[in-house]
Design a protein around this ligand. Structure first.
Ligand SMILES: *Cc1c(COP(=O)(O)O)cnc(C)c1O
Length: 392
């Protein structure tokens, strides 16, 4: 991997794959072949079979490795395929410390699948270093972080956790989906494995499912490669190409969406129908200083709380611009309702304990004008307030 002095904004475009070495094509060629002719009886080429290696997939793997400051990247058929494959670095009898507001699919993998293979877990408030330290067991082999977290945007002190992990001989994983290497590079902070749902900001257009894993350590890279090839949940070539194309505009998309997110978060904090706004770009956010220290920005996802389910329903039914859907990190703004979407499977009491109330909405800010989004929210919140007046 070439060490470059350019900023990430430039590196997104001018990497090893800016043009094809053979043809000069300025878009990475899509190589559909599943198998590769070998030159002779005992001479084997760089590629043999596309599960084990494919030039188009490799272009994406090298691009993400370089952007994250790693040595090896691995592309998978979804974020969950990347995360699940990385968990296979563990063995029977190992214990995981994992953030309590982890992505729903990861929660399911740990609590419903890995437990059947003798891998145990403890959920902790990852923002509380003392709580993390006191929950480390002799067989703890992995500390799993997601920061900012979903949907409450809690900020974990990556450096603090890495120090604890190193002192206790544990691996660290960070799910870097919300910020991407454009804003946060966990490997630079000593993290072992960075994971992505590239479905979100990296690809950015709600048109592809993809996952990525990146490591810096060579030995860990070899182990992860073996797992990728053994498990076989690799990314297809068309999808690899879509992610590569999406990534070219990552920086400008995130910059624009983050700017709008801050404007919208500030506006929401002043609105009487909004009880609370969760966004690490607000100086009132408890993780504001840590976020500023470890990332280049707060990102483009925020959450906010209305009074109750009824108010939230009225808001969602009246808001016009965002799509109402699961997922995030796209060119179009996406409004989600965690209580009935990502966290529907969680018992209400557990949800409330984690702050995921019936009035909580998550908003992934897209590329629309912030002014239009605020106007749209304003008219929908007026409807909420006028109905609240009628009911009381
Ligand atoms: C979406 C998401 C995932 C899962 O990725 P898929 O591509 O849907 O499999 C994992 N972590 C986070 C934070 C996500 O938002």
């Amino acid at each position: 991997m070439t060490e470059s002095n350019y900023s990430i904004q430039t590196n997104l475009l001018h990497n090893k794959h800016k043009f094809d070495q053979k043809t000069g094509a300025v878009s990475v060629p899509i190589q559909h072949a599943s198998t590769f002719h070998q030159a002779s009886f005992d001479e084997f080429g760089e590629f043999d079979y596309s599960r084990s290696g494919n030039p188009t997939r490799q272009a994406l793997e090298e691009a993400i490795a370089e952007l994250e400051g790693g040595t090896r990247g691995f592309a998978f058929s979804s974020g969950m395929a990347a995360i699940s494959t990385a968990f296979l670095l563990l063995s029977q009898g190992d214990h995981i410390l994992i953030t309590e507001d982890v992505y729903g699919g990861t929660y399911r993998m740990v609590t419903d699948v890995l437990n059947r293979f003798g891998i145990t877990y403890t959920f902790v408030d990852m923002t509380n270093l003392h709580e993390v330290a006191t929950n480390i067991q002799p067989n703890t082999k992995l500390i799993y972080m997601e920061t900012p977290s979903n949907p409450l945007l809690k900020v974990t002190d990556i450096d603090g956790i890495v120090k604890l992990a190193k002192a206790n001989n544990c691996l660290t994983f960070v799910d870097n989906t919300f910020l991407t290497p454009a804003l946060q590079r966990p490997l630079d902070l000593g993290v072992d494995v960075v994971l992505h749902s590239a479905t979100k900001f990296l690809a950015g257009h709600s048109d592809v499912l993809a996952g990525l894993a990146v490591v810096k350590d060579e030995e860990l890279g070899n182990r992860l490669y073996k797992l990728q090839n053994s498990f076989g949940a690799v990314l297809g070539v068309q999808d690899a190409w879509l992610v590569l194309r999406g990534m070219k505009t990552l920086f400008v998309r995130l910059e624009q969406s983050s700017k709008s997110a801050l404007e919208i978060a500030n506006w929401l904090t002043k609105h009487s129908a909004i009880e609370k706004v969760y966004y690490p770009g607000l100086s009132s956010h408890p993780g504001f200083e840590i976020q500023k220290g470890q990332a280049d920005g707060p990102g483009a996802v925020l959450s906010f709380r209305l009074k109750d389910e009824q108010s939230t329903r009225i808001f969602v039914e009246n808001v016009k611009i965002p799509v109402f859907a699961v997922s995030l990190g796209a060119v179009e703004s996406i409004l989600s309702y965690p209580a009935k979407m990502s966290h529907a499977a969680m018992p209400r009491e557990e949800r409330y304990k984690r702050g995921i109330t019936d009035g909580l909405l998550r908003f992934s800010v897209g590329l629309e004008s912030a002014e239009d989004l605020i106007k749209d929210f304003e008219q929908a919140l007026e409807k909420v307030e006028s109905t609240e007046k009628i009911t009381f």
